[in-house]
Design a protein around this ligand. Structure first.
Ligand code: ASP
Length: 372
């Protein structure tokens, strides 16, 4: 017993020491996890506040030769009012905590329903005196996208683009197939005569008269759907929207009738993901308007996002680089509206004007038409 007891005492001391050490360790662990949980929830809350502070949207109604001297006061006023109605439709959704994609479609629907813009109701005419409509959308969170081209009976093409994204396993549908899909999805169908507007029909007649004066060989040499001088002197009336919602999600969409006098089922940039529309929560959301062939070749919308992602450029610097350098170097004209994941916006164009508007989380609204 006398021999064992020192061992026992040492053993007892060991147990007590280890017990104390364990308690201290347990206490530290609790403290750490509590602090960490606090920091995580704090940073989550901060991100949420930031997103709440920065939501907003930008829209365009086309870029081109839009000069004050060619615009009557009443027409200018009509554009202002419609742009305001469109941006308010999108903003009220964002304000209530709605999704950026819903804001994009609501804003675009207003412009599609107006004869002022080259989309749906106000679409330009093809060489065959029909209206062929293109549209696309992209969701910045999932990188899902939907697009349709060459449809002639869809009242709001942007809604069909959303249905392609959400209800099919495809990204792009065209022509009759897209219209069949629209019927199956219960998308509103319109008789082709709904898209007739006298103003657009007369534009087509003017282009055709000029074209008739050209020799056939010249027509063949040029991009056959329209002449360079006409395109350079005309305006592009495509509509588009890019939005950031309170959850920090970006979305973009674009809808158009394409270009006056287009032939051969020509498709422009508007339904091409990466050219006419792009959205990525890591960078920005972009919608384009302009001479589509150049926007496709320059991959304008994705290029802006890529400059931010890979080169760390700000949205404004990326947009200037593409619209003021890369695009004109190729010979392309037009512009974009874009919003980044912090709510910064860019409304960049290399033409005389672009119908455009921006509204931020504070409800500050700016509507512009001409260059400043
Ligand atoms: N980008 C459109 C197209 O080429 C035209 C426009 O912006 O008005 O089809």
């Amino acid at each position: 017993m006398t021999i064992i007891s020192p061992y026992l005492r040492r053993y007892q001391r060991n147990i007590i020491m280890k017990g104390r050490l364990f308690t201290v360790l347990l206490f530290c662990l609790c403290l750490f996890s509590c602090t960490n949980a606090d920091t995580t929830s704090l940073s989550k809350a901060k991100a949420q506040t930031d997103a709440n502070e920065n939501f907003g949207l930008v829209i365009h109604g086309g870029a081109g030769t839009i000069l004050k001297k060619n615009m009557s006061d009443s027409l200018e006023n009509a554009y202002h009012e419609k742009l305001k109605e469109a941006i308010l439709a999108g903003h009220s959704i964002l304000e209530k905590g709605g999704a950026s994609m819903d804001a994009v479609t609501a804003a675009i629907n207003v412009m599609e329903d107006s004869p002022l813009f080259n989309a749906a109701k106000g679409a330009v005419f093809t060489n065959h005196e029909t209206n062929e409509l293109d549209a696309s959308v992209m969701d910045g969170k999932t990188l899902n996208a939907g697009a349709i081209s060459g449809v002639t009976t869809i009242k709001n093409p942007i809604n069909l683009a959303v249905a392609v994204m959400n209800q099919s396993e495809h990204v792009m549908l065209s022509g009759k197939g897209a219209e069949q899909f629209a019927k199956e999805q219960g998308i509103e169908i319109a008789d082709p005569s709904y898209f007739y507007t006298e103003r657009r029909f007369q534009s087509l007649q003017r282009v055709k008269e000029r074209e008739a004066k050209m020799k056939q060989e010249e027509i063949n040499k040029k991009a056959a759907f329209a002449m360079d001088p006409f395109i350079k002197a005309s305006k592009f009336g495509t509509v588009g929207c890019a939005a950031l919602d309170k959850n920090g999600n970006l979305a973009a969409g674009t809808s158009t009738g394409g270009m006056t006098n287009k032939r051969y089922n020509r498709i422009g940039d508007a339904p091409i993901i990466g050219a006419g529309t792009y959205a990525n929560n890591a960078t920005c959301a972009v919608s384009s308007t302009g001479w589509g062939e150049y926007f496709i070749r320059a991959m304008v919308a994705h290029d802006i996002s890529a400059l931010m992602e890979y080169k760390g450029l700000s949205l404004q610097d990326a947009a200037s680089e593409v619209i003021q350098k890369k695009l004109p170097d190729l010979g392309g004209t037009g512009g974009i509206v874009a919003i980044d994941n912090k709510g910064e916006v860019a409304l960049e164009f290399n033409t005389e004007g672009m119908y455009r508007a921006h509204m931020n989380a504070k409800g500050e609204l700016s509507i512009k038409i001409y260059q400043e």
